[in-house]
Design a binder for this molecule. Structure first.
Ligand code: SF4
Ligand code: SF4
Length: 382
């Protein structure tokens, strides 16, 4: 039977975190052996300080690093962030500094690894859109991965937790190509499930202490959820996350693909919850992003109603600082420019929301159609 641990923790004080993380490892004692090399893979989406709840909190990563070192293993820490920051070494250095990773790795004497400089391994895929999957060599140079996601909403995938965190194993610009090829949430879910076929984390521990709802993963509401969730079955873990945030599991394509490929447990009756009671951890007022409404509409109908039911990115010119990060990132080249401002050609946009992820000034907002607002009202009445 799959097991998912839920712990309550409402702050990032190191002593408290160490106690909680020790508890997690007591639930899953076999995941690390002495003398192994273990990669800790936080969510380092883009260069935001810890208090903005975009990236996994550095003290959370530190507490896990300390525990893994105490078990006699060698720790490496790394992630491949959103595209432009990996183009130049000094930019990844800046990301490590801003997110607090540089400080904790220096203090804990562990290695920070840059996926962009480490080469890739190629895997065949039967999917005719992308045909191959490229993952960072680093994932295969270690003995095991402990994934440390942040609990947040996500404008493309509705939420980001255990499985989505593995997307960062694809280095740099290659991620942008996959966004172009897997251009809707269902295709993207299938791609994520294929990554999980290739590589499974030994353990996933979600930083759900302070997370984000609404228009995540960058511009949503910062919320104190006060939760740490962990499992050696990342699919079961995400199924439990859905239950906690009020997302109907049967409408989540990611879980469907993972269940079809037998990658983990999605049936709550077959998942043992340890630690806190699931009922006491449900977030009743969790605000889901607009994309989740599309999960209730079959893809063929959504395609027909595309002029009526839509949501899309829009650039707020009053906030835009013309830093060009979105322009450089956009996999569809849908962002246009003149000397004074940028705009999005919505006919070319594939709604991957990479622009929203990389914008340091929260200038990319989500626009929704009247039809979409109507679907939201109908869904709330269900
Ligand atoms: S404009 Fe934004 S959402 Fe649209 S394709 Fe470009 S990066 Fe993706
Ligand atoms: S929208 Fe954001 S990322 Fe794009 S140019 Fe403006 S400030 Fe930079």
């Amino acid at each position: 039977m799959a097991r998912v641990a839920i712990l309550k923790c409402d702050n990032y004080k190191l002593d408290e975190l160490k106690t909680k993380i020790e508890k997690v490892f007591s639930y899953f004692p076999q995941v690390v052996n002495a003398d192994e090399k273990i990669l800790l893979k936080p969510n380092l989406l883009s260069a935001h300080p810890a208090e903005e709840a975009v990236t996994t909190h550095p003290e959370f990563v530190r507490a896990v690093a300390k525990r893994v070192k105490n078990l006699g293993a060698q720790v490496k820490i790394g992630d491949s962030p959103s595209v432009p920051v990996t183009k130049e070494t000094e930019k990844i250095e800046k990301l490590w500094e801003v997110t607090g990773m540089k400080k904790i790795t220096q203090e804990e004497n562990v290695e920070l690894v840059n996926f962009a400089n480490s080469g890739v391994r190629e895997f065949p895929s039967k999917n005719s859109f992308w045909k191959k999957i490229y993952l960072s060599n680093i994932a295969f140079e270690v003995d095991g991965i402990i994934s440390l996601p942040k609990l947040k909403t996500h404008n493309l995938m509705t939420f980001t937790a255990g499985i989505k965190n593995l997307y960062g194993l694809i280095p740099g610009m290659i991620k942008a190509d996959y966004h172009r090829l897997a251009y809707n949430p269902r295709l993207f879910a299938e791609l994520l499930s294929e990554i999980l076929v290739i590589i499974k984390p030994r353990l996933t521990i979600i930083d759900g202490i302070i997370g984000m709802d609404g228009n995540g993963p960058v511009t949503g509401r910062i919320r104190n959820f006060g939760l740490i969730l962990a499992s050696d079955d990342v699919v079961a873990l995400d199924a439990v996350v859905c239950e906690i945030i009020g997302l109907k599991r049967e409408y989540v394509p990611l879980l469907k693909f993972c269940a079809e490929k037998k990658l983990g447990e999605t049936n709550l009756e077959k998942i043992e919850i340890i630690g806190e009671k699931l009922e006491s951890c449900k977030i009743k007022d969790f605000l889901l992003p607009p994309v989740h409404l599309l999960s209730y509409v079959p893809q063929e109908i959504a395609d027909i109603l595309t002029n009526f039911i839509w949501f899309r990115p829009g650039i707020d010119r009053t906030k835009c600082q013309l830093c060009m990060k979105c322009f450089e990132t956009c996999p569809a080249k849908a962002i246009k420019r003149n000397k004074k401002y940028l705009w999005i050609n919505h006919k070319e946009c594939i709604k991957c929301f990479c622009c929203s992820e990389v914008c340091p000034y929260r200038a990319v907002e989500i626009e929704t159609s009247l039809g979409m607002k109507l679907v939201r009202i109908l869904q709330s009445l269900e």
